[in-house]
Design a binder for this molecule. Structure first.
Ligand SMILES: Nc1nc2c(c(=O)[nH]1)N[C@H]1C(S)=C(S)[C@@H](COP(=O)(O)OP(=O)(O)OC[C@H]3O[C@@H](n4cnc5c(=O)[nH]c(N)nc54)[C@H](O)[C@@H]3O)O[C@H]1N2
Ligand SMILES: Nc1nc2c(c(=O)[nH]1)N[C@H]1C(S)=C(S)[C@@H](COP(=O)(O)OP(=O)(O)OC[C@H]3O[C@@H](n4cnc5c(=O)[nH]c(N)nc54)[C@H](O)[C@@H]3O)O[C@H]1N2
Ligand code: SF4
Ligand SMILES: [Mo]
Length: 676
């Protein structure tokens, strides 16, 4: 029996594995694990089937005359190097982009991929952060200097705002249950009745994309009824008077007309939230994947701010990640700006990244300059990035596409060369628990077996050395590379690996802002942001209707009358992953993509449960089965993402993006439907 950490999702559950002859036979939750206490979900249980799937790549593949041929790994690296050298010579290094997807989140290889880009001279490194977490991270950084982590266990009021941990981070529900058991209140903001929404004291069942208006509406009531934390507001915020002016208009009647939430529920919810402190709002991905997502994240941060619920036990805590040595090469400057910098300067400059959602414009139109080649590691853009039809044309137009993955994905099918990837049990992984539970713990998820793929770090290191960047990649093994990063913690690789449940690197201390202030321009929590003003954005957390909505575009809404939200998570799947994994497909109710529609819509359109319907947006159309449900508002339609048979991103857009972060509007678009 070996112990490990499941890192299929951000819960990092402690697991015990039965392993024989390099084969995982069984996986169980580790009851002794101090945080996850034996919890395991269907994905974790299915780990043996995922890791030992017969569909896995075992050799690099090269496409010749539209057929795949196996090649030797060293030869594959050699081909890539030759191509990258030619490309640099002919079009300049900026013509290459490297993307690390969700499979790189909470892993170390993306930092090395970025370092490789720097050594090669391209600014065009991008990551899953182009559509995940980084918009709200930036909004929180601008407002108060950090993205808070939830402390549910000690919270008196948990607010899940466009966040459904039951499916997305199931181990976290244990902590939410503990808050409820201790008398804590629960508020859920979601257009559908999730399991936790059904248990909530207040369920704000809203029209998708109107979250910003709801946040301003709650602030309106809290200010009018004097429920905010006056001491904190006076001493630690700037711009409160301007906020007061901004929210004057957002009275409950107006907010109800925008969000479709009953007036009484809005008032009752505001009082419940403000009356139970410390409280904690956890905004999920839903509020980021909107054309007004950045300012929505700001409005929510400010709502917490005026309650003084910042960096407190039971509230949003400021618990920075472990101090790992950075991998940025200080003395190497890149002259060209990353793709997306012109449209989203604050986002691209703050994170030193390209915005992946506009890469297709660079490929197809040479905007701002031509992009000729891509290396995609751990992402399946054709199913996950917005506007698939355009993206497909773009990927097909590339001179050279390398994909590193475990499986033959829709994106890998378009590649010129495929590198077989490893899985987490086949390599040593650094994990940092602060990502979710707020605990300052760093650990190593140990390599447990040898796998058929190449370890990502090894691939990037081999590529770098073959390009002649030895100076920047001096490490001879991944263990050595990890040890280099651990220096500030004063730990060796072995010492950290021996800490089975991780190393606690910092004691939690609340209200750290009281010494030295917040990490913002003014050292205060910035309701009014000078930084945003300097970039030409609205310095206040304004609400702007989603770009496609019945209120913002009446004419379009006449033809496309329904409001589509895509991508709510299924417990058994992970974005486009695992549809090929048998035990996970045993959960038959989720076996196929289904659109959720309201009975009134079904009646109006002559649709019955189980019919196939066609859903169309301005970008494209998909056909899928229908599930009729009263758990949503009549105008809302909910479609999952990640299904190649009915790809939700054929409906989404990469032209109208959030103006500050460049995030796509996956959660509030207009569509029409008909029986197929
Ligand atoms: N099993 C599984 N777990 C995952 C993932 C996965 O694919 N599968 N993905 C991981 C990743 S990368 C992420 S980012 C997280 C995301 O985790 P969550 O943030 O929980 O993401 P979702 O379940 O997509 O969306 C949460 C809720 O938002 C609601 N929603 C839809 N539109 C709106 C809207 O306009 N406003 C509001 N307020 N709510 C809306 C949906 O109904 C859904 O219940 O999950 C992670 N965990
Ligand atoms: N319409 C719509 N689109 C969305 C969303 C939505 O809500 N609605 N959500 C968005 C969000 S939040 C995110 S994070 C993105 C995620 O989008 P992607 O980053 O494209 O995520 P996946 O589809 O999971 O693709 C990951 C790929 O990595 C492979 N993989 C798994 N493990 C490893 C590994 O260890 N190494 C390597 N090299 N590969 C591995 C998998 O087989 C899979 O093909 O999707 C976004 N797209
Ligand atoms: S919740 Fe499931 S997938 Fe996530 S870490 Fe735990 S066992 Fe793994
Ligand atoms: Mo994500």
């Amino acid at each position: 029996m070996l112990k490990g950490v499941c890192s299929l999702c951000g819960c990092n559950c402690g697991i015990e594995l039965e392993i024989e002859a390099n084969k995982i036979l069984e996986v169980r939750g580790d009851r002794n694990h101090p945080i996850t206490k034996g919890f395991i979900c269907p994905k974790g249980k299915a780990l043996p089937s995922i890791v030992h799937s017969k569909d896995r790549f075992i050799k690099p593949l090269i496409k010749k005359d539209n057929k795949w041929e196996e090649i030797d790994y060293q030869e594959a690296v050699h081909i890539i190097v030759r191509k990258l050298e030619e490309l640099k010579e002919e079009f300049g290094p900026q013509s290459l982009s490297v993307h690390t997807g969700e499979a790189g989140v909470r892993r170390q290889f993306p930092d090395y991929a970025k370092r490789f880009c720097q050594a090669y001279g391209t600014p065009n490194y991008s990551a899953a952060g182009s559509h995940c977490h980084l918009s709200k991270t930036l909004a929180n950084k601008i407002t108060q200097g950090f993205l808070p982590r939830a402390d549910y266990r000690n919270s008196k009021c948990v607010v899940l705002w466009g966040y459904n941990p039951t499916n997305a981070h199931p181990a976290e529900v244990m902590d939410i249950n503990e808050s409820i058991k201790n008398g804590g209140k629960l508020i859920v903001v979601d257009p559908q009745e999730t399991p936790l929404a059904k248990r909530a004291d207040i369920h704000f069942k809203l029209r998708p994309g109107t979250d910003g208006a709801l946040a301003l509406g709650l602030i309106h009531i809290i200010i009018e009824e004097n429920l905010y934390n006056k001491d904190f507001v006076d001493n630690w915020t700037i711009g409160f008077e301007k906020l007061k002016e901004l929210v004057v208009d957002y009275d409950p009647i107006k907010v109800s007309s925008i969000t479709r939430i009953p007036v009484d529920t809005i008032i009752e919810g505001a009082r419940l939230y403000a009356g139970n402190n410390p409280s904690n709002i956890s905004p999920g991905i839903a509020i980021e994947l909107l054309s007004n997502g950045f300012q929505t994240a700001r409005a929510i941060a400010i709502l917490q701010g005026i309650m003084g619920n910042i960096d407190v036990v039971g509230g949003p805590m400021n618990n920075p990640p472990a101090p790992l040595l950075p991998l940025k090469i200080d003395d190497l400057q890149i002259s060209k700006e990353a793709i997306g910098s012109k449209e989203f300067p604050l986002f691209c400059k703050t994170y030193g990244v390209a915005q992946a959602n506009v890469l297709s414009d660079a490929i197809l139109e040479g905007k701002p300059y031509p992009l000729k080649a891509m290396i995609v590691i751990g992402s399946n853009p054709l199913l996950t990035w917005p506007n698939t039809n355009k993206l497909r044309k773009a990927l097909e137009a590339l001179d050279f596409l390398v994909v590193m993955d475990n499986f033959m994905t829709e994106t890998a099918k378009l590649a010129d060369l495929i590198i077989p990837a490893s899985m987490f049990v086949e390599r040593n992984e650094l994990w940092n628990k602060v990502d979710l539970s707020g605990e300052s713990i760093i650990g190593i998820s140990p390599k447990l077996i040898d796998g058929p793929g190449i370890v990502e770090w090894q691939f990037i290191s081999d590529l770098s050395k073959a390009m002649g960047y030895d100076e920047y990649f001096p490490w001879t093994s991944e263990e050595e590379a990890i040890e280099y990063r651990l220096q500030k913690l004063g730990l060796s690789f072995d010492e950290l690996r021996n800490q089975q449940y991780g190393f606690s690197y910092r004691e939690f201390k609340e209200k750290k802002y009281e010494v030295g202030g917040f990490n913002t321009q003014s050292k205060k929590l910035e309701i009014y942001s000078k930084t945003l003003e300097e970039y030409g954005y609205d310095p206040l957390p304004v609400y702007i209707e989603p770009n496609e909505s019945p209120l913002s575009d009446r004419e379009l809404a006449r033809e496309y009358p329904y409001i589509l939200t895509t991508g709510a998570r299924y417990l058994e799947y992970y974005h486009s992953r695992y549809r090929n994994i048998e035990p996970l497909n045993e959960y038959k109710s989720n076996y196929e993509a289904k659109a959720r529609i309201h009975p009134e819509v079904a009646k109006a359109e002559g649709i019955e449960d189980g019919n196939i319907i066609r859903i169309e947006s301005l970008r494209g159309g998909i056909a899928l089965k229908v599930e009729i449900t009263e758990e949503i508002l009549p105008t809302t339609i909910i479609v999952p993402h990640g299904w190649k048979e009915a790809n939700a991103n054929e409906l989404t857009d990469n032209v109208v993006l959030d103006p500050i972060s460049g995030f796509p509007s996956d959660r509030a678009l207009l569509v029409r439907i008909r029986k197929d």
